[in-house]
Design a protein. Sequence first.
Lengths: 169, 269
Amino acid sequence: MIRIYALNGLLGPDGYLIGTFLSPVLGIKNFFLLGNQGTVILGMIYAYAPFMAYPIYLALMKIPIQFVEAAVDLGARHYNVFWHIIFPLSLSGLATGCSMVFVSSFCDGVIPEILGDDKTLVMGRVILHTFFQERNWPKSCALALLSLTALLIPWLCAYICRRPHERIT
Amino acid sequence: MTPPYWIYGISCLWLFLLYTPLFELVVNSFRDPLSLWSWHWYHLLFQDLEIFKCLLNSLKIALASATLATIVGALFGFIWMQQFHEKQKWHDFKYQLSQIILIPQVIPDIVMGLGFMLLFNGIYVHTGWRLSGIMPTILAHATVGLGFVGLLLKHRLAEFDFRLEEAALDLGARPHSVFISIVLPLLMPTLLMGWLFVFIISLDDVILASFTSGPGSSTLPQYLLSSLRLGITPMMNALGSFILCIMTLVTCMGCMVYRAFFMHHNKKL
């Protein structure tokens, strides 16, 4: 929340990026960073990066260092070690992280409200609006249930990406 | 084996992107149109009684929900240890029931908030008993935080040395005394981390709080959001820096406690 607020200050019309850098130095006028979809996506990346980092870290910790050493002994280059050993072994962590970030950002109503404008409507914003402004409780519940069903997609993907012995944990 | 240099470049860029807005927030909170550096906005901030009330609410909710989630998480740890000994499989109903606390963290906040709101409302309609003040928010935050505590505990138990427990049982200790004097001290670092996690989540959360809090019990992020809707004043920069300061202090204290008491237990963490 605070970080999104800080990002709002940085990218806003009086913030450092536009107010003190772009318009006086480069002479760009009427250029707004807030209120478009790209900024909302940037804000979500910014806010949910830790949710991605933690599962990947856990998956990387599980990889025995001997695997990497063996690959280097057998003459593999950096990118070969990464692509053929580390990346496939950390795929389960990557899948968990992806689904966590997807779940969090799918239903987020606050970041699009702060960084976006009226046109960046997402599910979370619609639910919040239906609940608090329209006061149509059954409709908002139906929308919430609908978004829950949509969240099954990344979970199925994560389930498939995991190796068989890791599936039921 | 050293990574290639462009990876360092990307990492530095990412760190820059991560911390520039916060730096800008703190710098802006000290700025003033008249004099370049001043405590002006902080003076205004601490004179505002409403902000103080919201801050107090936030801190109370965070403390209570973190403690509640950690206690319940420890009890679930006890259940998981038992299940490990009974060698329960995933198709066992009791096993599935005990995994239920991991669910709230994969359900989006907005759905959880909606559910809590309807639940408390339904309780009020049917029994006439209303949870008042900050109580509903504490319950909601503790439930969502319990998922994170459970996840941390699960990863800790995966690498737990169960021979210690078996040795204690062999020497004639009762299961509950084994849990209190052997297992709980070993799980303490994880529980502390979980406590910190829930505390910070609770201090940062706005959606659950806006669904569950009643009049007069709104939290600090809620105040920040509502004032953002009305228009930005530089006082909000000071408020943001202040919250940032609290979070940093709590995290540092947690890490210091961790280092002071638990470092000798497991060097690995």
